[in-house]
Write a protein that binds this ligand. Sequence first.
Ligand code: GLN
Length: 246
Amino acid sequence: MSRDIHIVQLYPRDMNIYGDWGNVLVLKQRLKWQGYNPVVTEYNPGDEFPSAADLIVGGGGQDSGQVVIQQDLQALAPSLRAMADDGLPMLVICGLYQLFGRFFKTHDGVLIPGIGVLDIETHGGPDRLIGNVLSVSEEFGEIHGYENHSGQTFLGPDAKPLALVRKGEGNNSKDDTEGARYQNVVASYLHGSLLPKNPAIADFLIEKAVTRRYGSFDPAPASDADLAELARLSELARSHAANRPR
Ligand code: GLN
């Protein structure tokens, strides 16, 4: 049986900063360790959307990058919403997190419409929220990462936060929430990149993608040595992140 898993990286040309590309590398590597074959397609404005998509990943970007992709993203909106409703796992960071919501109104007053997968709205403020973040989630435990955004995101009644912030700002400077969750969509402000330091989120996305494609998740048994090395590297990344100054 083929064990292909198709990852679509949304807009890597315009939406890929502070190491966000690393999220795809982590998903690829962990899929291989678990006996699956990752197939990555980069999707940029004007491309044909791949017919096979098991896992969708998108990164952050400057306000100008968000303006560049907005029209193309609107064209994809109905299918992205349908895929999210149907449980397709997605990871969206910062700039694309904002545009998976209702809108991002930049500090300059430019209104960039979102696609409404998430019940959130984002308002650009005069100050950027910058620094290392520690947050805690019921599903994934401690989540470490790095934020740098002017947008302040507020959750509506149909959105739930990914985590609560212990150090740093997260969604905004008013409440303690960080990121958002809907079905199998994980949305976060955290770069750095997110998944090397937070492999539990990678494994959640992988399990959902594989189960949705093949009906069950049967990872190939990794050797004890590989597992020990994997745990050591993740722990190293997490403890470095935890000890960074804000
Ligand atoms: N341009 C957006 C903001 O400043 C997103 C930034 C980012 O993706 N890091 O809020």
